[in-house]
Unconditional design. Structure first.
Length: 673
């Protein structure tokens, strides 16, 4: 149902919206011309651009549909490799001539992931079955976790809770859960776990739902590889014991090479195959194929009209006997036979190439201690039959059960990392809502003893973490000591607040402007309930909501920060409604995203527009507290929240947030003249 809903939603939107409107919602780019840049790792790169800049949800790694005319009649798809304000680079297998002028690019739904999930479910391994039995309670996991107290950690900077997570995960013989709230170094912990498991001689499959999360795991791992290799070899040379300290990690990154961050390209399977010593044989065979094709095409191709029902063998036999057939002369028959013979040589050489490539891939996978990919890519043909000692899955609280079952099926032990108190998987189909129940959340509720929480956060000012910490994490999280003095002064120092206030023409903001720029006030809740024009609005034919007053306030706030020396890169804006996001985007050049768009990300200054303001005190899907948790934990140094407290306090959690803000002196009433 979810597969059908995703594809149907995309098709209906393309069918329903004009090209301009689909571009306005961020899922299409129109009027592009293309220029071929060349080839990379087997794909053609085309740079599409236009004079007018564009803002789009289409990002690096996304699958896109390229069309001219009706998009639904095109089957040309590619992958985004790079994106700028006026250009986008697409990797394509083939480039039709029409695809270089006046084309449209649409964000496209990919059903390959669904096919892999269903195939895995239909052929579920014993490991996959066991994980479901744990979830259902028909099988009880082991309770004894024998932690090695003498474990030596590679990353000397990890804290006590991270060490405990690594040691517990290593000691379990079935599964373990690492609960990593905002900014607590979940990915860093997983990297240390990977290095420790490799040191033990184990083979690891490391996956995540998104390519970005996989790259994050590989980033630190790849940076550690060379440094660790040098340090440990130096230690080994200086050691009198002669112990082998060399533990260099061989990694391979599976998946489409154009969906991998540029700095990690050298770890991709495609890159390693292309640079393998045996690849010279492939290049030699490819050169031979070109020559054979040139020779082949000097002859007559046996088209259906010339074959007259004859098979290849019959044509070859007729040629040997110098015999024509059914109006085809002996000379034409001989020419067709030569074409067939050369074409058979091409097929034979291509088969040899496939065998060599298969051999290279097997060698690379066999020597690699760590294989990294998305959950879906764990279902690639390359890994059929492969077994690992441990599967590690990041972002597991954002992945559906069918998704995580793909990598889980590859090993007898698994470690899930995530935060079930933030966003669940995004599900389009109302009927498929049960897919939001994740394996991580189910197991951590049923077996809390099989989990540990990372309890030191390194992201945000301690005052910013106070409310979400007590509201969503029972006060278990503490701020790292290094965050005690973190403030906006770290970005722009020596702000002359009085001078800036004098220059500001917005008299109504003079009361709060000092607080906006005060480094000692990390959080401000701007209350609009005392302003008559505060109410939300609906655009005709739209299911979304906007609030023009809040959009104007945000525009003023952004300008205040920009005039004070802050960069737009320092700031981010969150609004839960698409129409409000679009309205704010039209007023400022600061990045505006929905809550989902900022999951896993952070900014120094974060501005939140809550939008809802109405006499009925309805807050709609703002009542999803996981979204509020995400929104409140994206800022590092300063957070400004804008909302109508009379509407918002109808919800108990928002009411507590308002009371907290009032108690701490963070709540400011706006009164516009």
């Amino acid at each position: 149902m979810e597969q059908e809903a995703e594809i149907s939603s995309m098709m209906n939107e393309i069918r329903r919206l004009s090209p301009g409107k689909r571009e306005n919602v961020g899922r299409a780019i129109n009027n592009l011309s293309g220029k071929i840049l060349g080839k990379e790792l087997g794909f053609n790169l085309v740079k599409y651009g236009r004079k007018k800049s564009f803002e789009s949800e289409i990002n690096v790694g996304d699958l896109v549909l390229i069309s001219r005319g009706n998009p639904l009649k095109s089957d040309l798809t590619g992958t985004v490799t790079e994106k700028g304000k006026r250009f986008i680079i697409i990797a394509l297998e083939n480039i039709p001539q029409w695809a270089l002028k006046n084309v449209r690019i649409d964000l496209y739904a990919n059903d390959v992931t669904f096919r892999r999930m269903k195939e895995n479910l239909n052929n579920l391994s014993l490991s996959g079955e066991k994980s479901l039995e744990f979830l259902l309670g028909t099988k009880i996991p082991s309770s004894n976790i024998d932690i090695n107290p003498h474990n030596s950690f590679k990353d000397v900077q990890i804290n006590k809770s991270q060490k405990n997570a690594v040691s517990s995960a290593m000691a379990t013989d079935d599964f373990f859960l690492i609960h990593g709230p905002f900014g607590t170094g979940k990915t860093r912990t997983l990297r240390e776990l990977i290095r420790q498991e490799v040191k033990k001689g184990n083979k690891i499959l490391a996956t995540a739902e998104s390519n970005t999360a996989v790259d994050n795991m590989l980033d630190g791992l790849s940076m550690a590889i060379s440094a660790e290799y040098e340090i440990e070899n130096k230690t080994r040379n200086e050691s009198e014991s002669g112990e082998d300290y060399n533990c260099k990690i061989d990694c391979v990154r599976l998946g489409h090479p154009q969906r991998v961050s540029r700095k990690n390209i050298k770890y991709t399977l495609a890159y390693q195959v292309e640079n393998h010593p045996l690849n010279s044989q492939i290049n030699h065979l490819k050169d031979g194929i070109k020559k054979i094709i040139t020779e082949r095409d000097k002859n007559t191709k046996p088209s259906p009209g010339l074959r007259r029902g004859l098979s290849d063998n019959q044509i070859l036999l007729n040629a040997v006997k110098r015999r024509g057939s059914r109006g085809v002369s002996p000379n034409v028959m001989l020419s067709m036979a030569r074409w067939i013979e050369n074409n058979q040589k091409v097929d034979q050489n291509q088969e040899k190439i496939r065998e060599i490539e298969k051999n290279i891939v097997e060698k690379i996978l066999k020597r690699s201690s760590v294989v990294l990919c998305t959950n879906s890519s764990a279902g690639l043909e390359y890994l059929k039959g492969s077994k690992f000692d441990l599967t590690i899955i990041d972002e597991s609280s954002q992945a559906t059960i069918p998704s995580v079952l793909i990598p889980i099926s590859k090993a007898n032990r698994f470690v899930l990392a995530g935060d079930h108190r933030q966003l669940p998987p995004t599900i389009v189909s109302q009927k498929a809502r049960p897919l939001q129940k994740t394996l991580f959340e189910g197991l951590i509720k049923k077996y809390p003893q099989k989990s540990t929480i990372l309890n030191v956060q390194y992201r945000m000012n301690p005052s910013l973490m106070e409310f979400p910490n007590h509201e969503f994490y029972n006060g278990e999280i503490k701020a790292a000591e290094s965050l005690n003095k973190i403030s906006i002064n770290d970005i722009v120092s020596k702000i002359n607040i009085s001078e800036i206030i004098e220059k500001n023409e917005s008299d109504q903001f003079k009361e709060v402007e000092r607080d906006l720029l005060d480094s000692k006030i990390p959080f401000i809740f701007l209350n609009t309930s005392k302003i008559n024009e505060r109410f939300e609005q609906r655009i005709k034919d739209s299911t979304s909501i906007q609030n023009p007053l809040e959009a104007d306030i945000i525009s003023i706030i952004v300008n205040i920060f920009l005039k004070s020396g802050f960069s737009s890169e320092n700031m981010g804006i969150i609004s839960p409604y698409d129409d409000q996001r679009n309205l704010i985007s039209s007023l400022t050049n600061v990045e505006v995203k929905t809550v989902d768009g900022y999951q896993g990300r952070e900014k120094d200054i974060m501005i939140i527009s809550t939008v809802r303001s109405n006499s009925k005190r309805e807050i709609g899907f703002l009542s999803d507290m996981r979204r509020l948790n995400v929104a409140l934990t994206r800022a590092r140094r300063k957070m400004i929240m804008i909302g109508d407290i009379d509407t918002l306090k109808s919800n108990a959690t928002y009411h507590r947030l308002i009371k907290y803000s009032e108690k701490r002196g963070f709540l400011k009433d706006l009164k516009l003249n």
